[in-house]
Design a protein around this ligand. Structure first.
Ligand code: UD1
Length: 365
């Protein structure tokens, strides 16, 4: 059976790596890897391939940046040719980025089976481009791998047949479990004893100038109690360059490789973020996380984990930072099936009798 994986943006890479490896060890399985090129800087892509031991992609479409319509359309055009040429049995897509939805659309029109890894998440906020990508992908997918029970519930509410849905756990945690020892071996190299780690890249936080200025001011306030370490995403860096913000109180860094970032995350007193995956990683690591959003598609990190939504209000953020500094941060628990073996469960499902069986019979009767 031929499995073709489509990845494109930074958060896809740590999700695909464990699945690629788990399928690799299965008999009858052949794999191709296509990189759409949605993310292209070495520190947003290549370094993740190296650290996560992902094979060099068979094809890189080199699509790059653009408006949502242009980027999605370019990915579709490039991918259609590759899929027609390679004729995979199943295409695996990951997460909620434009590459994910574009690939699902191409495959649905070519009648190729799509498996969505990280299905069922919903923020219920359709102003987020990722929410549109999640809905489109889930409704086109034939096989849906959910990380937690809320994913199954969302899909059931939207009428997705339950026999397509497989709760396998959180595949991003597989990469975290695997590379945590390497992260722990990284020297502290002049890091402050206690610090807040910040990541911000959501259009809702960084694309609006006055919102971004307010956030920077709040972070500068926080830095009077706790040093702020801020690896800056390219989208955010571009926006910061166009406004008159005083960044001198913050420790600004370039985007970090995966292992170096996990090391910073695990040692932080608090993580302040608007990322999805970081809400999950901090829950696994038991580090308090303050999410600068009004909603999350990962509610289990709030209900069970260490995550608190602080919205867009700087006062709430300050209050929560003070609580954490006073030793009252959320302790949290690791959700079920976030155990480092999700990739294997996905491979078992794809290569086992229910999905691969009928293919094998068709080809080797
Ligand atoms: C994308 C995903 C988002 C994910 C994020 C992780 C969508 C809709 N958004 O957002 O869900 O959380 O990736 O990083 O798919 N740029 C570079 N170098 C790069 C990549 C991007 O400089 O390697 C700059 C470009 O100016 C680009 C901007 O960053 O215009 C935004 O990139 P894009 O891929 O459109 O969206 P992200 O904000 O990265």
């Amino acid at each position: 059976m031929h499995f073709l994986h489509v990845v494109g943006a930074r958060p896809n890479f740590m999700k695909a790596a464990p699945v690629l490896r788990a399928i690799q060890s299965r008999p009858y399985a052949r794999q191709s890897l296509i990189h759409t090129g949605q993310h292209y800087d070495a520190n947003m892509s290549d370094v993740f391939f190296r650290q996560l031991r992902i094979p060099v992609p068979d094809v890189n479409l080199g699509i790059g940046s653009g408006s949502h319509a242009k980027q999605t359309a370019d990915i579709m055009i490039g991918l259609e040719e590759v899929i027609i040429d390679r004729k995979p049995d199943v295409v695996l897509v990951y997460g909620d980025v434009n590459s994910t939805a574009a690939a699902a659309l191409v495959c649905a029109k070519l009648n190729i089976k799509v498996a969505h890894v990280e299905a069922g998440l919903r923020s219920m906020d359709r102003t987020m481009p990722e929410e549109i990508n999640r809905i489109v992908t889930d409704h086109l997918a034939d096989i849906l791998f959910t990380p937690s029970v809320d994913g199954d519930q969302n899909l059931a509410k939207e009428g997705v047949e339950s026999n397509k849905v497989h709760r396998v756990g959180n595949v991003m945690i597989d990469s975290l479990v695997e590379l945590l020892p390497a992260a722990r071996a990284i020297p502290r190299n002049g890091l402050p004893g206690r610090y807040a780690l910040v990541t911000l890249h959501r259009p809702s936080n960084v694309d609006d100038t006055s919102r971004l200025c307010e956030i920077i001011q709040t972070l500068a306030d926080v830095s009077s109690d706790l040093p702020v370490v801020f690896p800056v995403h390219p989208r955010t860096r571009q926006k910061l360059a166009s406004i008159d913000a005083n960044l001198s109180l913050l420790q600004i860094l370039d985007p970090l490789p995966y292992i170096e970032f996990v090391a910073l995350e695990e040692r932080a007193a608090v993580v302040i973020t608007d990322s999805g995956g970081i809400q999950e990683e901090t829950t696994y690591l038991g580090v308090p996380c303050l999410t600068m959003r009004e909603n999350t598609e990962r509610p289990i990190t709030v209900d069970l984990g260490t995550n608190t939504l602080v919205g867009t209000d700087g006062t709430a953020l300050r209050r929560e930072v003070d609580r954490i500094l006073a030793g009252h941060g959320k302790k949290g628990k690791i959700p079920p099936l976030w155990d480092g073996h999700t990739g294997e469960r996905i491979a078992e499902c794809l290569c086992g009798p229910s999905i691969a069986g009928p293919y094998r019979q068709e080809r080797h009767p």
